[in-house]
Design a protein around this ligand. Structure first.
Ligand SMILES: *Cc1c(COP(=O)(O)O)cnc(C)c1O
Length: 394
């Protein structure tokens, strides 16, 4: 089918929730994507920080084919091996004790919020809990996740949302302190804010929030849906801060393309959930969890964390150099590992469109920030190629 025909047909039947780029993607290979005209694109977005292994990883593809031929779905009324293995690996990677698999990141946030509320309810006997979230945060589009998402334009039309959510300023400990009441059940935050503009938590801030939560008996929920799964150089970003959350959420690269997320918690907190409190029909079925299990294996086999550290540091240097050559248009550079952002004076949509015409896929975070979240298998030569195309697109 011609590209124009596909776009026209899609525009007739899909809801207009996205202003899509005028490209019809067809297949992928390594860190490159190809459209239906055979045009090649270097991929620095990885389907929004999802495709960590790059496209066409043979062992991953074989694993999902094998599981597809064996057993896709059973419901959570029974046990199965892939789900057990995946949960064991996630527990080990995260430092948490128990896992609940979901179908998306948003659903992991819903489960985490419910768990925090249930924990509070068991402790206080009342259903009047509050949750402190951060300004500029992003946690998803369902009613619960939206309630703790800090961008008011995403929320405004959908009020009333769930009650009891208040917002504090990210990286300002005093602001969090000021929002605490005796009803505060949890603080929820991204360890590195993604959608809000690639803002890593300051060490003193995250450690300070952890200490505050400990003192006041408040749960700390860390959303690692985007910054987790190796993207910052450790399996989970909080591992670089010397803190553990009480509940964490993960998704995006967890399944590297199959729809799966999870929330995990400490033994004590997880115990607040009893049979009947929470559920999902598809969540954590053997198909997706076999993918998760394979992803964890591939991370080790490919030594991906070392590559993120090395190539991430190189990307940092190169983006610093690019920024210093374009101080007229680039106002800031932030990030860690393979999760970085360049902030511009003006909206970046035109730059991204020009880069795409020149064979480079980039995504924005907010309106003025280009976010760099490539597959974690990316090499220095790909960084050089990206910088070359981006510089010409400025
Ligand atoms: C993407 C994202 C979500 C939502 O995940 P979905 O899989 O899109 O539902 C939540 N939190 C953060 C930090 C994210 O980046």
């Amino acid at each position: 089918m011609k590209k124009e025909e596909c776009i026209a047909r899609a525009e007739k039947v899909l809801m207009h929730t996205y202003a899509r780029y005028q490209v019809v993607l067809d297949h992928g290979e390594g860190v490159y994507l190809y459209d239906t005209d055979g045009k090649k694109y270097l991929d620095f977005s990885a389907g929004i920080a999802v495709f960590a292994l790059g496209y066409g990883d043979e062992k991953y593809n074989e694993a999902i084919k094998e599981q597809a031929g064996k057993l896709l779905h059973t419901s959570n009324y029974y046990y199965n091996e892939p789900t057990t293995f995946a949960a064991e690996k996630l527990v080990k990677a995260s430092g948490m004790s128990r896992v609940f698999f979901t179908n998306s990141g948003t659903e992991a946030i819903e489960g985490a919020i419910k768990l925090a509320r249930k924990y509070y309810y068991k402790k206080h006997g009342t259903a009047d809990s509050e949750i402190i979230a951060m300004e500029h945060s992003f946690h998803g589009r369902s009613m619960g996740a939206l309630s703790v998402t800090g961008t008011s334009k995403y929320r405004a039309a959908f009020e009333p949302l769930i009650g009891g959510a208040v917002f504090a300023e990210y990286n300002k400990l005093e602001s969090v302190k000021a929002k605490i009441t005796e009803k505060t059940a949890a603080v929820i935050m991204e360890t590195v804010q993604g959608e809000g503009g690639i803002y890593p938590a300051d060490k003193e801030f995250l450690q300070g929030v952890r200490k505050l939560c400990d003192e006041k008996g408040i749960l700390l929920i860390l959303d690692e849906i985007q910054c987790g799964m190796g993207r910052t150089g450790t399996m989970y970003a909080y591992q670089q801060y010397g803190v553990l959350p009480d509940i964490m959420t993960t998704a995006k690269a967890l399944g590297c393309g199959v729809p799966v997320g999870a929330f995990a918690a400490t033994e004590e907190v997880a115990a607040a959930y009893e049979p009947g409190d929470h559920g999902t029909t598809y969540g954590g079925n053997p198909f997706v969890t076999h993918a998760v299990s394979t992803v964890f294996d591939r991370f080790e086999e490919l030594n991906l964390l070392a590559n993120v550290k090395e190539t991430g540091a190189y990307l940092y240097e190169q983006l610093e150099a690019l920024s210093s050559r374009h101080t007229d248009s680039i106002t800031a550079h932030r990030g860690v590992g393979l999760m970085q952002g360049l902030e511009f004076k003006n909206p970046v949509k035109d730059i991204i469109t020009r880069a795409m015409d020149a064979g480079l896929i980039l995504i924005a975070a907010g309106t003025n920030i280009i976010r760099f979240v490539p597959p974690l298998v990316i090499k220095k030569e790909h960084v050089d190629e990206m910088i070359g195309i981006l510089e010409k697109s400025l």
